[in-house]
Write a protein that binds this ligand. Sequence first.
Ligand code: GDP
Ligand code: IMO
Ligand code: MG
Length: 420
Amino acid sequence: MPTSAILGLQWGDEGKGKLVDSLSAQQDFCVRFQGGGNAGHTVYPPGGKIVLHHLPTGVLHGNCVNVMAQGMVADPLKLLDEIAEVEKRGLKLASRLKISDRCAVTTPMHLTLDAGREEGETRVGSTKRGIGPTYADRYDRIGVRMADLLDDAALKDALERAVSVRACQMTAQPDIKAMHATLRAAGEKLRPYICDTALLLAEALREDQRILFEGAQGAMLDVIQGTYPFVTSSHTTAAGIAAGSGLLLAPQDVIGVSKAYCTRVGDGPFPTELKDVRGEQLRQKGGEFGATTGRPRRCGWIDLFALRYVCRISGVTRLAITKLDVLSGFGELQVGVGYEGWQQPGLPADIGRFAALKPVYKSVPGWDEDISKLRSLNELPANARALLRFIEDFVEVPVGIVSVGPEREASFFSEGAPKG
Ligand code: GDP
Ligand code: IMO
Ligand code: MG
């Protein structure tokens, strides 16, 4: 049975949640393998809009088992709120949500550390969800893990270890007793969901179950491949799937998601950014405001050079181009096809060099028609189809899915492409 993945190819918010929602009706398992509450995946199911942060988007489909695998970080308090919000819609999660006992836990101390960093010169414009400090503690071997929340002594030890190392970075000392009480109480509420998810997934694979991996953030935010240091702290490319889920596997179908333009929220260079009225037009028309923090997203043209680079890294087998409807009425469009004086196929590792890159654009004719109600590729205006063809030829990956609206049904598949 094929395993598949939906991964962001830009700086996040490409519309991954919407596509996972469309495809997870046909899946047995939906797995988040990295990131945490920094994600904001917007979906429009029958009960109205919902934004998922920790929970895999498959929670909205009763048939699907949802796994928060070991590569994730989780804030137990926010996670409980999210579970309650989903269950309020009549969706029962008791047997359908599995949280890895190895997930890294964000404590109030991590939130304070993240907020503190964001006030200083080394800020990256984080979501302030404690992601960086939580991952840092995992790799510094002083992290709190989900399993610790289930035992008084284990949690006390874990908190004392973390605080003993981090206290010197904080002005006020973290209250271990208060954190212990809050996190232990949360642990008891989460107990029914906590298990060894790597084992569960290995069994699912053996039984030929259909597994969809839901990426969070995007390739340009990958902690190694992305625009370091203006990145998140996890592996957002396909390479993150194995360690993040505990399975040695490369999904057969890797769907890479890109907007028909590009956005970025938070700090860091963005070569094709539009700082003029056209950027503002994209923001307003595309509703480009962060799903997690509400911050206005920076907007610009699609960067096909960067897209080709990250597709290679993640072994993307088909592209999903979202928000094509937003480009209607923009007149002539630009697509980034390279950078002045930059001859190599990859991107510079040095952020100073990346920031200095001046994009080379190709102009392509736009279209005026409203395409948001269209439901097949053939109905698209000729110029929209030509743009999609140009993208797939340049990136050397076929466009398999096109999305023209936020609703579940507002996406369509190229002929012969798998629907799940
Ligand atoms: P994610 O983090 O990748 O899941 O994306 P977000 O939910 O943060 O941001 C994508 C935004 O675009 C959400 O508000 C979606 O409802 C919306 N969206 C997704 N696909 C489309 C599309 O094809 N057209 C339009 N107009 N909106 C879309
Ligand atoms: P989804 O899954 C867009 C950005 C932040 C910041 C950087 C580091 O919805 O696409 P962090 O809080 O992770 O330490 O912040 O990464 N960022 C995202 N941007 N979409 C996301 O998730 C993001 N998650 C983190 O804005 O620039
Ligand atoms: Mg988002």
